[in-house]
Ligand binder design. Structure first.
Ligand SMILES: [Ca+2]
Length: 287
């Protein structure tokens, strides 16, 4: 029975990984350019489980199938607001330090972490290695991107000293409080509590600093406007754009600024950025 299962898995893996030449090229690159042991890379790839559900989920993200009315109902709930206020209170000193250091408002950093993982409670149920191998070798539309994320993930594991078979994350391989993909983790995560490690999985202080640093690194302008309903806008239109989002049968209009587009660097969706900004505005209001 066990042998039969292994055979089935082997056949399934072979089919799922697609052209084995991509796999060979990946192994070669990790060995030749990144200095990994060949046997080790092969063992990690063989350990990875192809997950068809990952393919299904990445093919229909909420940002593509919902309108603004439906999308905001997921993220702008009384409970998420309440938990966000608790998070802001608990981490007020860290959030204030992040705001002083990087210029990103405390309520926006909180909103991002609230939308991504419910303030660190839901950081993902997919094994990162499985997700990245599945997408990197079995999802042609973005296979190159995800194979490169797999490369970053193995490098990250080596740098941070963890076993790449262990971390859990999203179906797209995003990790920790702020759901950083591996390349973002390597480029933008910071050790904000100064303990010598950069831990976005279990350390909210590092996570807060890292989210703020990500925005700063993507040209967030301290104190500059973000978005405003069109009806309330009285300023000049230079350096702004009009954003139209559908709610059932009507369309809502906003004037959005450069900082709004910085939020979309976190997740390439106007719905996402509007949800983050709206949640942040409500977090800022008195309870
Ligand atoms: Ca740290």
């Amino acid at each position: 029975m066990a042998r039969f299962t292994v055979l089935l898995l082997a056949l399934f893996s072979f089919a799922a990984f697609g052209a084995s030449s991509e796999r060979e090229r990946f192994i070669e690159r990790m060995v030749e350019e990144e200095g990994f042991e060949r046997d080790r890379v092969i063992a990690w790839l063989e350990d990875a489980r192809h997950d068809e559900e990952v393919i299904e989920r990445i093919s229909a993200p909420a940002e593509k199938v919902l309108d603004w009315g439906e999308y905001r109902e997921i993220f702008l709930t009384p409970e998420r607001l309440k938990q966000g206020r608790a998070f802001m209170l608990e981490h007020r000193e860290t959030l204030a330090r992040a705001e002083r250091t990087y210029g990103v408002p405390a309520e926006l950093v909180t909103a991002i972490i609230g939308i991504e993982t419910y303030y660190g409670r839901h950081a993902g149920n997919d094994r990162v290695l499985d997700a990245l191998v599945t997408l990197g070798f079995g999802y042609p539309p973005r296979a190159d991107f995800f194979r490169d994320e797999l490369r970053h993930f193995l490098l990250l594991a080596r740098e941070q000293g963890f076993d790449p078979r262990e971390p859990m994350g999203s179906y797209a391989g995003a990790m920790g409080y702020g759901q950083f993909i591996a390349s973002s983790y390597r480029h933008y995560a910071v050790d904000f509590n100064g303990d010598g490690t950069v831990d976005l999985f279990d350390d909210p202080v590092d996570a807060i600093g890292s989210v703020a640093h990500y925005f700063h690194a993507h040209d967030w302008q301290r104190g500059a406007p973000v978005a405003m309903p069109l009806a309330e806008w009285r300023g000049p239109v230079g350096n702004t754009r009009l954003l139209c989002l559908r709610v059932e049968d009507s369309v809502r209009h906003w004037i959005v600024h450069g900082n709004f587009d910085v939020i979309t660097r976190y997740n390439h969706s106007d719905l996402y950025a509007m949800a983050a900004w709206s949640l942040a505005q409500r977090l800022k209001e008195a309870p």
